[in-house]
Ligand binder design. Structure first.
Ligand code: B12
Ligand code: SF4
Length: 527
């Protein structure tokens, strides 16, 4: 069978490398894109091939892989299945548009979708979008080949949600894959795209022009932060590939010339022994790439940081989230401020080049004082970079459920949306005020940084300045203080729209005390 695998992107998370920087030698007709590679389809393509199928990949970041180009390829090559892959709620409208366009040209070719959002919303998607034929729930390595081999008998494919005439059928769930070592390594060569290590910002923030890719060595997370979809996606379990299997892939990447790797594991830092084995392997094999990862502050052992540094780990991102214990507890973060301070300073002491802190602001119950405390806390930490995003609610998280229970979200009508908490929750500081506080906080943070750690700041700016125009660097530095013009109106729950409310009536909703004790959500994501 022939399968088209199409990764659908949010436009604002990728862009073509500006021409000025485009002259490096590894061209060969490949385009260069500042963004993360589509690891989901890169993972599934070789698995399908191993089952004897043909797999062709598309990534919508490529100017020649837009809806009209994919539609043309479908009409010319007549694949047996079109598989659309996307990550988040924010991309669902683009996926619907693409499915509609593809169905127009080839109504008889089945379209299956998969990925995190599709997994959480399978039957709703089928009710909502007639152009999508079925949804693959969860991991695709076993499900997709099974589906492709059983097109005439979708009822037999565990994990599939499909349409049988007018009825939506939920097949039995497919258990999580136990042995993650059994699959081939992702295909990082077939797409004619080189992905450039960069920050997902509105200026070309290129970090390096070295060959860059992502990799996943483990899946899931056993914690339960209230803003995060991972616990429900991974059923609270953490599963991992053996260090040998991981090192095999790393060796391959090294030999292919990759010099920068980002691990997209939900929580790479969970198992000390495993980290140690992987890092020792990198050192012994003399692998030359540098790498980065994300993890929780409470999982970092000093001995691992030393070996991680030796193994060329140059970037570590921690989910700090807040500078008050009250808010951390509300987010169900299960970490202390002391643990944050310890992890960050140990990472710097061991020489990790760039230590990043993810923060969220405008959590339920967070006061203006609490927000400023987070900025002051950030200023005290030895972080190199930081991001303060407004907390958001996504379907599938405990926070989403809290909002349903509090009558703020109507799951029937709002399931396809995502919300900034400050737009919908009366216990959260209003959005406009949050933005002003954020500017004030950044001003404080930048001032303390420049005067408190001038050499560190200079080195950091030099690192960013290597591949960025001076004007872009200035724009980047200025961006936190820029007055934001909204690119879209805030997403609001159906009932607020009906009542013509542009923001929640603060103080109007009384919240049961028990619910106040455990809840929150992310604009980007936390750890
Ligand atoms: C890396 C990452 C990013 C990268 C982007 C990566 C990229 N390729 O463009 C960056 C940092 C840019 C990013 C941005 C955002 N992200 Co993000 N991201 C992740 C993360 C941590 C890992 C994704 C990954 O690499 N997975 C590894 C690959 C192998 O897995 P996969 O793609 O899911 O594919 C597997 C299955 O899903 C399935 N599958 C995939 N496609 C298909 C198709 C079919 C047909 C089938 C059957 C199966 C199937 O099979 C694959 C193998 O098992 C996930 C967390 C997670 N664990 O999913 C969050 C996650 C997906 N992100 C999330 C969010 C919210 C966002 C943002 C909206 C945040 C923001 N506002 O800034 C943006 C939106 C970006 C976008 N849509 O383009 C949420 C989504 C929640 C939701 N309900 O929407 C997640 C789940 C994180 C979380 N803590 O909740 N993200
Ligand atoms: S935010 Fe990080 S630590 Fe919390 S549940 Fe999600 S992946 Fe786990």
């Amino acid at each position: 069978m022939k399968v088209f695998l199409v990764y659908v992107r949010d436009e604002n998370f990728c862009r073509l490398l500006p021409e000025k920087l485009n002259g490096s030698p590894s061209d060969h007709g490949r385009i260069k894109v500042m963004g993360f590679p589509p690891l989901g389809i890169q993972t599934l393509a070789p698995v399908l091939r191993r089952h004897g199928h043909l797999a062709r990949m598309f990534d919508t970041c490529h100017p020649q892989m837009q809806a009209e180009h994919v539609a043309l390829a479908v009409e010319e090559e007549r694949p047996d299945v079109i598989a659309l892959s996307f990550l988040s709620t924010t991309t669902y409208p683009a996926v619907k548009n693409l499915a509609k366009r593809l169905k127009l040209g080839a109504p008889q070719i089945p379209i299956i979708v998969g990925g995190a959002f599709a997994t959480m919303n399978s039957d709703r998607i089928l009710e909502d979008c007639p152009d999508i034929d079925c949804v693959g729930v969860g991991e695709g390595e076993e499900l997709l080949p099974d589906y492709v081999s059983n097109l005439a008998d979708p009822g037999s494919v565990a994990g599939l949600v499909w349409r049988n005439g007018g009825e939506i059928v939920n097949n039995v769930l497919r258990p999580l894959i136990r042995d993650l070592n059994q699959f081939p390594y992702p295909d990082r060569t077939s797409l004619p795209i080189d992905y450039i290590e960069s920050l997902p910002l509105d200026v070309p923030a290129v970090l390096s022009l070295d060959k860059f890719c992502t990799m996943q060595t483990s899946r899931g997370c056993p914690y339960s932060c209230i803003y995060c979809d991972i616990p429900s996606l991974s059923q609270g379990k953490w599963r991992y590939r053996s260090s040998e299997h991981v090192l095999g892939e790393m060796q391959q990447l090294n030999d292919m010339g990759y010099r920068s790797i980002y691990l997209t594991d939900d929580h790479f830092l969970l198992n000390r022994q495993r980290i140690s084995k992987i890092c020792r392997g990198i050192v012994e094999r003399k692998l030359e790439f540098r790498w980065g990862c994300e993890g929780r502050v409470d999982a970092v052992a000093v001995d691992q940081l030393l070996i991680m540094k030796k193994a060329n780990c140059n970037f570590l991102a921690f989910g700090v989230e807040a500078g008050t214990q009250k808010v951390l507890d509300r987010l169900h973060k299960r970490q202390t401020l002391e643990q944050v301070e310890h992890a960050v300073s140990e990472a710097k002491r061991h020489g990790i080049e760039r230590v990043h802190g993810f923060f969220v602001i405008s959590s339920p119950g967070e006061t203006e004082k609490d927000i400023m405390a987070s900025f002051r806390f950030a200023a005290r930490l030895k972080l190199d970079t930081f991001g303060f995003n407004r907390l958001c609610a996504y379907r599938g998280t405990p926070l989403w459920q809290e909002y349903i229970d509090r009558g703020i979200i109507d799951d029937e009508r709002d399931w396809h949306k995502w919300f900034k908490c400050s737009d919908i929750d009366p216990t959260v500081i209003p959005s406009a005020r949050v933005n002003r506080l954020r500017m004030k906080g950044y001003a404080l943070l930048f001032t303390r940084r420049i005067f408190g750690r001038p050499i560190g700041t200079y080195k950091l700016l030099r690192m960013f300045g290597r591949h960025m125009k001076k004007s872009d660097l200035l724009k980047l530095l200025w961006s936190p203080f820029r007055r934001r013009t909204l690119s879209r109106n805030p997403e609001l729950p159906a009932w607020m729209i009906e009542l013509g409310l542009e923001e929640p009536e603060r103080g109007a909703i009384s919240i049961p005390r028990t619910q106040l004790l455990c809840t929150g959500a992310v604009e980007e994501r936390g750890k």
